[in-house]
Structure formats: structure tokens, C-alpha cells
Design a protein around this ligand. Structure first.
Ligand code: BG6
Length: 486
């Protein structure tokens, strides 16, 4: 229905996200010839820069952020010619009128407005756009997380934006969906006949989703302390990974089919409420320790004040439907873990009967590991005969079938998640963006856990930086005969 947009307007264009991700992504797309021929970029923020000043900033950012092998002078100069800047202060009519004029003068078709500002401004920015005639059917709006702090505030933000834009023109970013490895999970599941028949409670014993980071709060203490691991990571990134792992095959790879299936998963999540938080959730906060052999301060020292915010969370979740009945989904995420690692681990059920028992051989269950970070990797563990002659039958050992995507596709440049997301937003394809009902379902589920924590007076348990979280996280799985994969 929509045409490729030819104008991208970034609100918050001088901010941290723009520097780290957005501008380098636009450059990557431009360099690879992925942008429409008439593409233009308009940056806006409070800073009183002119277009020349902003271009200098963009050039410096690209030089700093894009590896030398991936950039060249000519393409950078060509991109800069397509970039302008217009300062705008929220609530200042004059400056918004000037911004509007600038958008009109640069526009030649559809427009993407990317709001990379504090979410509490989304409603007002959208209302301003609408009031100035900039919310017509040829426009789309891209929203960054966090959409809300809980269900009530998420509804407020979503309602605010909905007054000016229809849902099919609202693109909520979860940058995990832009990651190559996440899309590869979809390819693995639905591009192969091999896995789908086994992808259910009859054959899968347990699933683990881990997003471990080595970083601390990186100077974002004020934002982070108000959020914590549950709101910052679990409510969005981990639940999206869970949805893609657990959803039914969508009939097509398109926005409504995929998002309908994700939403069904969210609605099937068994509530973890007051009666269940003790056995199903663990909150942690890091204290001083060492990561990668380097001493690092504890969370409250980094923050500079006392805090009860969790920097680690682990859950034992269940999806109450036919496919997943009884299968635990263990989710965990934390800052200051021993290493950076994002992976999905599916452990298959044990063989029904071992014929190797007399030899004393263990038959370990098969497992599939889909690693997204630090590099993409798929691994299937199988039992195999240990080579050699044995007296009492066969000796077995576990071996891994490695699908090293990193090596297989080594000639492909590693792309930033926002390259995919921008391309899709420009083309008007919302499949890899999050729909309103998904966000709200996810909040409703997470809110209940918070309610349980409040009711139980849960305080995060300490864990030294550089460890896998508080020991309670270990009991969360071991009580049920499972253990975290390390
Ligand atoms: C962001 C969180 O959404 O994701 C950060 O706000 C976190 O706290 C980041 O560090 C992790 O993203 P990635 O792509 O590095 O795994």
C-alpha cells in the first residue's frame, strides 16, 4: 500500500542512539545503494545547529563508528549532500512551524518520522505533526522503547500516538528483531522440515533464553535505575525471542500473520502472580567484582546512591497451550555477567530407553543452541560412539554439529540491526516491528510479576560482578532437575 519513503526525519538526531546506531545505519544503507534515489535525511533536536554543523557531526560520527573497511570518502560526501538539520523545541509553535516548512521543502513522497526522544514526548510530537498537516497517509512514525513503564503508562503513550497515526503506520522498534540472528531463527524454524515436527512438548524437555551482558549501566544510571532488567530487557527483547521460538507457523511472513502468532504466545503465558513469584522468579543486583579479569564497582557505587533496582532477572515461565504444555521456558538476563552471550537453548527429551546402560554409558539428551551474540552460531549436540575398542559394549560421548554461520557467510558485512529496520520502515513493511497489543500483553504479564514482588517484599539478591547471578537462579532450574547451560 505504501511507497518507499524518500525522507527520514530523526527527532533526537544529536542523541546517543543516533550517534551509535542510527546515523551509521543510514550510512551503511546508503553506501550499499539500498536507499531510494531521492532519499533525504532531516535531523532535528533542541541543539541550535545549522545543516553544515550537523553534517560535520554526522561525518565525525561515521568516521568514529563505522570500521574503516566499510566506508569511503565519496559515498560519505554524497550522503552528506542529502542531509539537513532543523532545530526544534518541544511546545514552541514557531520552531515547529519552521520544521514543518523544512519537511515540506524536502519531501517528495512518503516520510518516516523516527522519534528517538524520551517516550513521554511521543504523544505531543505526534499531535504537533498532525496539527501541521504532517500525519497524512503518506507518513509513518517509528517509536523507540521503552513504550511505558507499566501497562497503564504504555496505554497512555499508545493512546497519545493513536490520536494522530493509525496503527498500521506506527512502527515500534525492538532492535532485537532487526538482528540477523533473530531473523535466522525464523529461517531455521520455517525454512527446514527437520525441526518443526520435534518443536513441541512431546520432544522438548526445556527451553532457555539467555541475554547476558558484561557491561554495567554505562552512564545511563538515571534511566536504568528507574527501569531495571525486567523493564529494560525482559519485557521486550526476551519476550520477543520467546515469541519467535514458541509461536505457531504463521501462514505468511507478513505483519499481521507474524504478529498475530506472537500475540497468541503472549496471551498463553501463564501468569506469575503473588502465589508464584517465589518459585518462578529471581531478581539480582551486582556488587563489586571482576569481569574479563578487570575489577569493576558494584551497581550502587556506579549509581552513586542506594537502590533496589534489579540488574539481573531469571524466570521460569510456562506457555499454556497444546504445543508447550508442561515445558519450562527459563529466561534470564543480566548486566555484569561473565561474558556477553545471547542464546536460545532447546533441550530435547532423553531417549526413552538406553541400550547402553550395562556399559555405564550416559546418554545425554540432544540439544539445539541458537546463538545470536557475540557471533551467530547454531549447534546441535548429538551422542556419538567414542572411537576405539571397548569391553562392555559401546562408550558414547557428546559431540556438536557446528553450523558456523559466521564462517559460512564471512564475506557478508555484519550489519547493524537498524539497517534492516530502517529499510523495512522506508518500504512500509511492519513485520519486524512490534504491534500495540503485543506491547500491552507483555506489560500486563510483567506487571503481575512486579505486583508479586511488591507483595512479597522482594529485594534483589546480590551477586558479584562477573558471575551468573545470585545462587537462587541456580535453584530455579535445579529444583526441577534442569540446569543452566554455561
Ligand atoms: C537495550 C537496553 O535495549 O539493549 C540496554 O536498553 C542493552 O540496556 C541493549 O545494553 C543490549 O542490546 P545489544 O544489541 O547490545 O544486545
Amino acid at each position: 500500500s505504501s511507497q518507499p519513503a524518500s525522507l527520514l526525519v530523526i527527532f533526537g538526531a544529536t542523541g546517543d542512539l543516533a550517534q551509535r546506531m542510527l546515523l551509521p545505519s543510514v550510512y551503511g544503507l546508503h553506501r550499499d545503494g539500498q536507499l531510494p534515489p531521492y532519499f533525504r535525511l532531516l535531523g532535528t533536536a533542541r541543539s541550535e545547529l545549522d545543516s553544515a554543523g550537523f553534517r560535520d557531526m554526522v561525518a565525525a560520527t561515521i568516521e568514529q563508528r563505522v570500521p574503516e573497511a566499510d566506508r569511503d570518502e565519496a559515498s560519505l560526501r554524497a550522503l552528506l549532500e542529502r542531509i539537513e538539520y532543523q532545530p526544534a523545541a518541544l511546545g514552541d509553535e514557531d520552531s515547529f512551524a519552521q520544521l514543518t516548512e523544512r519537511v515540506r521543502s524536502m519531501r517528495d513522497g512518503d516520510v518516516v518520522f523516527h522519534l528517538s526522544t524520551a517516550p513521554r514526548f511521543y504523544g505531543q510530537i505526534c499531535a504537533d505533526l498532525a496539527r501541521h498537516g504532517l500525519a497524512d497517509p503518506g507518513t509513518r512514525v517509528l517509536l523507540e522503547k521503552p513504550i511505558g513503564h507499566d501497562l497503564a503508562t504504555a496505554i497512555e503513550i499508545n493512546d497519545g500516538v493513536a490520536q494522530s497515526f493509525d496503527e498500521d503506520r506506527i512502527y515500534r522498534v525492538d532492535h532485537y528483531l532487526g538482528k540477523e540472528g533473530v531473523q535466522n531463527l525464523i529461517a531455521l524454524r520455517f525454512g527446514n522440515a527437520l525441526f518443526e515436527p520435534l518443536w513441541n512438548a512431546r520432544h522438548i524437555e526445556q527451553v532457555q533464553i539467555t541475554v547476558a551482558e558484561t557491561v554495567g549501566v554505562e552512564g545511563r544510571g538515571d534511566y536504568y535505575d528507574d527501569s531495571g532488567a525486567m523493564r529494560d530487557m525482559l519485557q521486550n527483547h526476551l519476550l520477543q525471542l520467546l515469541c519467535l521460538t514458541a509461536m505457531e507457523p504463521p501462514s505468511q511472513f507478513d505483519p499481521s500473520a507474524v504478529r498475530n502468532e506472537k500475540k497468541k504466545v503472549l496471551r498463553s503465558l501463564r501468569p506469575i502472580g503473588r502465589a508464584d513469584v517465589a518459585g518462578h522468579s529471581v531478581a539480582g543486583q551486582y556488587t563489586a567484582g571482576a569481569v574479563d579479569g578487570k575489577a569493576v564497582p558494584g551497581y550502587v557505587d556506579e549509581l552513586g546512591r542506594p537502590s533496589r533496582t534489579e540488574t539481573f532477572v531469571a524466570l521460569r515461565a510456562h506457555i499454556d497451550n497444546w504445543r508447550w504444555s508442561g515445558v519450562p521456558f527459563y529466561l534470564r538476563t543480566g548486566k555484569r555477567m561473565p561474558r556477553r552471550c545471547t542464546e536460545i537453548y532447546l533441550q530435547f527429551r532423553a531417549v526413552p530407553h538406553s541400550i547402553f546402560a550395562q556399559a555405564g554409558a550416559n546418554v545425554d539428551p540432544n540439544a539445539l543452541v541458537i546463538r545470536l551474540q557475540p557471533e551467530e552460531h547454531i549447534e546441535l549436540s548429538l551422542m556419538s560412539k567414542t572411537p576405539g575398542l571397548d569391553r562392555n559394549g559401546l562408550r558414547l560421548s557428546q559431540v556438536s554439529l557446528d553450523l558456523d554461520l559466521h564462517e559460512e557467510f564471512a564475506h557478508h558485512r555484519r550489519r547493524l540491526a537498524y539497517e534492516r529496520l530502517y529499510l523495512d520502515a522506508i518500504e512500509g513493511n511492519g513485520t519486524l516491528f512490534v504491534r500495540r497489543d503485543e506491547v500491552e500483553c507483555a506489560w500486563a504479564w510483567v506487571d503481575e510479576i512486579f505486583d508479586g514482588w511488591r507483595h512479597a517484599g522482594t529485594v534483589p539478591k546480590h551477586y558479584p560482578a562477573g558471575t551468573w547471578g545470585p545462587s537462587a537462579a541456580v535453584s530455579l532450574t535445579e529444583r526441577h532437575g534442569h540446569s543452566w547451560r554455561e
